[in-house]
Design a protein around this ligand. Structure first.
Ligand code: NAD
Length: 477
């Protein structure tokens, strides 16, 4: 009997569906099929590949409401955010469709007469794509749209918590006209299906989004085959609030970035670094807002915060509440699992605010991935920058200020792949590079033109039309 994987809703425990679970042999079959499809797909003209992505964007638009609803059930985020997740995939597909008519290389003069030089992008081969559950439609699109337009084929191993959304994503690619075999999907756990994909010798490139710890494992595993490894990992993002700012706007930004998606975004703001002059006022406004938020299933219109993804996640989040208390931080609100009425059927955690947090505490250093915000008081702007940078991650950063000089210094000095001025830490758009510095990754970027560098290799081409042997560096003197 084939093993299966069950998808259950974090909102109420409902079983939503079942998918086949891939073992090592199933992963190998998927790789073989993607390898066979590669020989034809790489020769499909890039504009034609782009047209399929364009149709895929249209299909996603048609299916947006259904995918949004499924996402509120399978992943748990609230309707507006789930719609945004699908929209991001629509935007990415339209954007990468256009790349089919660009994918520019360079032409450049030769040092020799009657010789032509150019560089072109070539696909890498079979891409192994491993994705997390927190952006179950958007993240597969960040990887698959550029990979496909560049001429690669893909084996997708989505997160075990959101298999149905990933399955639907791949089915819709087929509806949009993607030839059979070009994208394969294998469901299963990271340690089995994921690891088998990373190990497979016919997969020359792994694109991985997930935790720092898994990213390190993947890198080590891929090293034996000298694979390309593209990593998008965790964050511990901060919002700086200076004394001259519009406080209400800052609170809006903190609520959206700290509690949106129940804090389960890689770009979530889990630290707020506030100037002493506004610290007390900010604290009371934030607590008031947090206490008004309504927890519930994401598909209900008046829900502000949906569930977190599973039991392990809620236990981890709650363990950090204990850690914060033990470290001496002051719990202002939240800090507990919500179990009133039907909430007991799901995994709901109250929005949590800690004050008097020292920047060295574990709650201010480690990724919690839940609706927990730590407030850190600072005396001046320089201290704020130092604390914002004083972590191992470098994904997103933000500052609220009306002072243009400080805003520009922040843009220069914040050690992160993304900086927002007068906005929270979330809100990336698909045509700019996305990713982080330090332990958030390994120097690559997703989205925008930068994604093309992940999914292609450069080939330099020299065409000599002189009719004789011309030796570079020798015959040009
Ligand atoms: P995770 O690392 O546990 O899992 C991510 C994926 O890796 C899943 O598909 C999982 O099955 C797979 N996996 C696990 N172990 C594996 C192994 N040994 N070999 C191969 N694959 C393996 O992460 P998660 O809990 O699903 O996601 C949350 C993390 O992702 C957070 O740290 C978050 O910050 C990060 N994230 C980063 C970005 C970004 O773009 N920087 C975006 C979203 C999420």
């Amino acid at each position: 009997m084939t093993a299966t994987l069950e998808s259950t809703s974090p909102a109420n425990g409902d079983v939503l569906g079942v998918v086949p679970e891939a073992d090592e042999a199933a992963v190998a079959r998927a790789v073989e099929a993607a390898k066979a499809a590669y020989e034809e797909w790489r020769l499909v003209p890039a504009p034609k590949r782009g047209e399929i992505l364009y149709r895929f964007a249209q299909v996603l638009e048609r299916e947006k409401a259904a995918l949004t609803d499924l996402m509120t059930r399978e992943m748990g985020k609230v309707k507006a955010e789930a719609g945004g997740d699908v929209q991001e995939a629509i935007d990415m597909s339209y954007y990468m469709a256009g790349e089919g008519r660009r994918l520019w290389g360079q032409t450049t003069p030769s040092e020799l007469q009657n010789k032509f030089n150019m560089s072109v992008r070539v696909p890498v081969g079979v891409v192994g794509a491993i994705t997390p559950w927190n952006f179950p439609i958007a993240i597969p699109s960040w990887k698959l749209a550029p990979a496909l337009v560049c001429g690669n084929t893909v084996v997708l191993k989505p997160a075990e918590d959101t298999p149905l959304l990933a399955q639907r994503f791949v089915e819709l690619l087929g509806e949009a006209g993607l030839p059979d075999g070009v994208v394969q999907i294998v469901h299963g756990y990271g340690e089995t299906a994921g690891a088998a994909l990373v190990r497979h010798p016919d997969v020359p490139i792994i694109t991985f989004t997930g935790s720092r710890e898994t990213g390190i494992l993947v890198t080590k595993e891929a090293a034996d085959n000298l694979k390309h490894v593209h990593l998008e990992l965790g964050g511990k993002n901060a919002i700086i609030v200076l004394e001259d700012t519009d406080l209400e706007l800052a609170v809006e930004g903190i609520v959206w970035s700290g509690f949106g998606t129940s804090g389960q975004r890689c770009t979530a703001a889990s630290r707020v670094i506030a100037h002493a002059a506004v610290y007390d006022e900010l604290q009371s406004r934030l607590v008031a807002r947090a206490e008004k938020m309504r927890l519930g299933p994401g598909w209900e219109d008046d829900t502000d915060i949906g569930p977190v993804i599973n039991r392990t996640a809620i236990e981890k989040i709650h363990s950090y509440t204990k850690i914060g208390r033990d470290e001496g931080a002051k719990l202002l609100t939240g800090g507990e699992v919500a179990t009133d009425g039907d909430l007991a059927k799901g995994f709901y955690y109250r929005p949590t605010v800690f004050a008097d947090v020292d920047a060295r505490m574990r709650i201010a250093q480690e990724e919690i991935f839940g609706p927990t915000v730590s407030l850190i008081k600072v005396a001046d702007f320089d201290e704020a920058l130092r604390i914002s940078n004083g972590i191992k991650y470098g994904l997103s950063s933000a500052i609220f200020t009306q002072d243009v000089n400080k805003a520009f210094r922040a843009m220069r000095d914040l050690q992160a792949g993304i900086t927002y001025i007068n906005a929270g830490t979330t809100g990336a758009e698909v045509h700019l590079p996305f990713g982080g510095t330090k332990d958030t990754g390994n120097g690559h970027r997703e989205a925008g033109q930068a994604a093309l560098d992940v999914f292609t290799e450069w080939k330099s081409i020299y065409v000599d039309y002189s009719g004789r042997l011309q030796r570079a560096q020798i015959d040009n003197t």
